[in-house]
Structures are given as C-alpha cells and as structure tokens.
Design a protein around this ligand. Structure first.
Ligand SMILES: [Zn+2]
Length: 309
C-alpha cells in the first residue's frame, strides 16, 4: 500500500525519521474523515514491516510484504469498532498491548493501528495508556482520529501528532481523475464531498450517485422547511427503503462530523437510532407501509432541528 499523492511531504518526513531511527513510539494522525488517514497509517505500517532496505516505499514482494498482503502478518494489529459507531472495548486493547510487549515474530517491527481512536471507551483508553507509558523498542502505535479532542489529554500528550488537512483541490482532483478516468464527474463530486477525495471516490463508486444526490437534497429541503414531510415521503417511498435509510444515516454522520462537529445536537443521536430501528423493520420483512414510514421519519427529522430553535 502506497501513501496518497497529497501525503508525499509527510511521507518524506516519516522516512527521514525512520532512517535516523527517530521514529516515536506512538503517532496520532488526525484530520477530517475521507482524506486517507488510515491509508497513511497502513502504508507506514507496511513500510516498517517490509524487509527491503533503502526503499522509499514497501517493496511488495519480500516475505513481510507477502504476509501482510495475505493478512497473516503476526506483527501488525488493526483495531477498529466491531460495527461503525460502536465503541472499542478494553479486551481487544488489552490483547493488543500484550502482543506489542512480545518479541516480533518476524524479528522486526511491531505495529498497531487503532482507528478511530476516539471510539475507545474509557477503560480501553486507560488500558492503552499503560502501554504508552512503558514503550518497547521497535514498536509503533498509530492512532487515527477524526475527533482528537475526544481523546484524553494524557493519551494525546504521549503521541507525536500529525495533523492532516483536507488536500489541495488540484491534487485531489488529479488523483480522482486518474483513479476514475472521469474528469467531468470529479469536479462536481469533490465539491459535494467538501474536498475530501476518498469520500468523493466513495460517491463516484456507488452506482446511484444521482439518486443519492436527489435524496440528500430532499433531506435538506425537509430540514429547511421547503417541503412538507408528507410530500417528501411521497418521493422517498419510490426508492429502495433499506438503501435510502443507509444514505440518510451516512448523511447524518457526515453532518455530525462536519457542519455540526462543534455544535452537536443530542436529538440527532436519537434520530439515528430511529433510522436504525426503521431499517431493522424493513430488513426483517415486516413490510411497513413505505409512505407512512417516510412520513414518520421526515416528521422526526424536522423535529430534531425544531427543538433546537
Ligand atoms: Zn517488502
């Protein structure tokens, strides 16, 4: 795995640290979601586990690289919530700390990535702290976070911080065009994704971008009071219920991590749960009347913001 074009300068800095044996014990990579923080973490992990010498990137062919590609390298741990939005609990963190304290099976580095690190609950974070206080040689812990302010100050202070901004539009645009081969769509989607290239790619690779865009507009219109929940429901019921509920959920997630990141609305979480409930209904084959389902959802959606005013 290679770093992304907008990470090259950072990559050079990291490489220099590796060459001069000045790599810290723990790194905290923070920045908005959708810009490739996990990708950088994984690229760095592979580079450390690669046994080729004097290369700028992992070679991709040595034993270390092959084990990693096969998903069977024993010296890397990747920790994430079991389900998006769920916490990372103490047991996997304990197991991770234990594996970091042992000798590397391949005789080189041991690397652990925790993403998103703010998903660790308090017990998990405390368990990790012990490890940060007693660093072992040739181990690297990479924390990836969209909301580093949610991490404890003690954890943050033990890490070297790398803050990744949203990349330059021209660089992101060029990369997206190379990956997708569709310049015309890229401009529009990159804008829709607030300049976050990986989020834009996600949009472009989902088949029904157009439908999704219209649906997101509908959500925004309901919120703004430009359309009644009743009329909006009439439009929404024509869509696949499960998929549009998923779009709604990711829309909310995006809203909560961007526009509303600094002014969270508690009612939004309640509404997220309602969406999940509605999804379960639909999936379980209870066949709720789609018009009624959407009427209720849009009504609740409107209430989320009404309460706030
Ligand atoms: Zn290699």
């Amino acid at each position: 795995m290679l770093p992304l074009p907008w990470q090259e300068t950072l990559w050079d800095t990291l490489n220099t640290s590796i060459e001069q044996e000045r790599l810290p014990h723990a790194i905290l990579i923070s920045g908005p979601s959708g810009i490739g923080k996990v990708r950088l973490a994984k690229a760095l992990a592979q580079h450390l586990l690669c046994s080729a010498e004097m290369t700028k990137y992992a070679c991709g062919s040595c034993k270390g690289c092959q084990l990693l590609a096969a998903g069977s390298h024993a010296d890397i741990t990747y920790l994430e919530p079991e389900e998006p939005g769920k916490p990372i609990k103490i047991d996997p963190v304990r197991a991770l700390c234990e594996s970091l304290s042992k000798t590397a099976q391949q005789g080189g580095w041991k690397v652990a990535i925790i993403a998103p690190a703010e998903a660790m609950n308090i017990n998990a974070a405390n368990a990790l702290l012990k490890n940060l206080e007693e660093p072992q040689p040739k181990t690297l812990l990479i924390l990836v976070s969209h909301r580093p302010s949610l991490l404890s100050a003690t954890i943050r202070s033990r890490c070297q911080k790398i803050n990744m901004p949203i990349p330059d539009t021209a660089v992101a645009n060029q990369w997206l065009t190379e990956v997708t081969g569709d310049q015309s769509a890229v401009d529009k989607v990159l804008f829709l994704a607030a300049g976050k290239p990986l989020l834009a790619l996600d949009y472009l690779q989902s088949d029904n971008l157009q439908q999704r865009q219209s649906f997101e507009e509908l959500i925004a219109q309901v919120r703004a009071g430009d359309i009644s929940p009743l009329d909006a429901a009439q439009q929404a019921q024509k869509l696949d219920s499960t998929e549009s509920i998923d779009w709604f959920s990711s829309y909310i997630h995006r809203l909560a991590t961007t526009d509303l990141a600094d002014q969270p609305i508690p009612a939004l979480f309640g509404f997220s749960d309602k969406l999940l409930q509605a999804r379960n209904w639909v999936v379980s084959g209870n066949n709720p009347n789609p018009q009624l389902l959407w009427e209720e959802l849009f009504m609740d959606w409107l209430m989320v913001f009404a309460k706030r005013r």
